[in-house]
Design a protein around this ligand. Structure first.
Ligand code: DX5
Ligand code: ZN
Length: 221
């Protein structure tokens, strides 16, 4: 059975209390911190940059995973690495030569690398790269905003990706991102996902982020 990992997305955190919120999810057992970077071009919104990673680095021992929803990820990699990022996730849609980018992240920068795909892209497109990545990120909403609803067809896509990962004997994680909550996490886990990004379901939980992290981990198992 796959190890379940919870990755709180700080996009939905209270930025005025960001350090405390990150400490809180760490104490509750979160496995990594997911940092959503948006450039207003690849997605119709702006979010945050490497300065946030730099500020968080001394606050937590958790790995910092950067999800680059940007048109030209290559321009920003060095800055995120210098700031303390552990994992760099780039979108397949913007890469003319995915293999050289993955090689650059892993070999050149020595970081974990991930490939993300949007809901309208056939998941087979990831297949040739599954053995060259640490994380396959299946978007379960169209990226750009927190708080959207999980797209139901995602479940079939997760299951298909899980089959490709098995067929390729790849060792990458299968991560899902968008609209993950106590209901959808069960469905995504059954389909074969093992890493779960959640923003709203964690940072807007009435009982607080710590309780939410623990509950999500329980439901995913
Ligand atoms: C989508 C981002 C997600 C998002 C998740 O644009 O990549 O990480 O913040 O947020 P929720 O869990 O609120 O859908
Ligand atoms: Zn994300």
């Amino acid at each position: 059975k796959l190890g379940v990992k919870i990755a709180p997305s700080i996009l939905s955190a209270d930025f005025a209390r960001l350090g405390d919120q990150v400490r809180e999810v760490e104490a509750a057992g979160a496995d990594r911190i997911h940092v959503d970077v948006m450039d207003g071009h690849f997605v119709p919104n702006l979010s945050m940059g490497a300065v946030v990673v730099r500020s968080l680095r001394p606050v937590t021992r958790l790995p910092l995973e950067v999800h680059l929803m940007v048109e030209e990820p290559g321009r920003f990699l060095d800055g995120f690495v210098a700031a303390g990022a552990d994992t760099l996730i780039v979108h397949l849609e913007v890469l003319p030569d995915p293999r050289s980018m993955l090689e650059h992240i892993r070999r050149g920068l020595g970081k974990r690398c991930g490939l993300a795909i949007n809901p309208d892209m056939p998941v087979e497109r990831l297949r040739p790269y599954l053995r060259d990545i640490d994380v396959a990120l299946c978007m379960t909403v169209f990226p750009g905003f927190g708080g959207q609803s999980y797209i139901p067809e995602s479940t079939r896509r997760i299951a298909e990706l899980r089959r490709w990962i098995a067929a390729e004997e790849a060792e990458c994680e299968l991560e899902v991102d968008g609209g993950i909550d106590a209901q959808t996490i069960v469905e995504a886990a059954r389909a074969g996902a093992n890493v779960f990004v959640a923003g709203t379901a964690i940072f807007s939980d009435p009982q607080g982020p710590a309780a939410a992290v623990q509950r999500l981990a329980e439901y995913a198992r």
